[in-house]
Each structure stands twice: as structure tokens, then as C-alpha cells.
Ligand binder design. Structure first.
Ligand SMILES: [Zn+2]
Length: 87
């Protein structure tokens, strides 16, 4: 498991592949708890140290990753002729 700094916030994150072969960026320091039962209406939980959280849900700069690439330039407007190039 190799950790690298997130290019959004600099926090160390783990890159791993899921069963579909997709890369996941994971935060291995976020506390994750697993419910193991209920007692008197209260959930009983234990820390799950091997579980990780998607860094997209913990990264303060996650929005930076959702930016779509700049759209391609629209086709040149053909209603007007191109300006003549300077000689
Ligand atoms: Zn980040």
C-alpha cells in the first residue's frame, strides 16, 4: 500500500484498485466504525482499522477534481470571414 500526497490538499492518500479495476483514492486515516450489533436500542460499534474512506468525501478541495476539462473551443463562427492576417 503506497501513500502519496493528494494533489488537492496535500494529505497522504492511498491509491488502490477496486474489484472493477477502477482506481480509488482513499483516506486511510478517517475513522471508520462497523456496527456489530444492537443493545437496548443502541448500536454497538467497533473501529474498523482496515477500512478506508474515499478521499473524495474527506478532501477539502474535492471540488477541484470534479472540474471537467475545458470544453473544446466552439467551432469558428462561419457567418463571418476570418480576419485577414497582418502582412
Ligand atoms: Zn485531498
Amino acid at each position: 500500500m503506497s501513500a502519496k500526497p493528494c494533489r488537492g490538499c496535500g494529505k497522504m492518500v492511498v491509491f488502490a484498485k477496486d474489484p472493477d479495476g477502477k482506481w480509488q483514492v482513499l483516506d486511510n486515516t478517517a475513522p471508520v466504525w462497523k456496527q456489530i450489533g444492537m443493545k437496548e436500542g443502541v448500536a454497538r460499534v467497533v473501529r474498523e482499522p482496515s477500512a478506508m474512506v474515499s478521499h473524495f468525501s474527506t478532501c477539502p478541495n474535492a471540488n477541484d477534481f470534479h472540474k471537467k476539462p475545458e470544453p473544446a473551443a466552439p467551432p469558428a463562427d462561419r457567418h463571418f470571414s476570418e480576419p485577414a492576417e497582418a502582412p
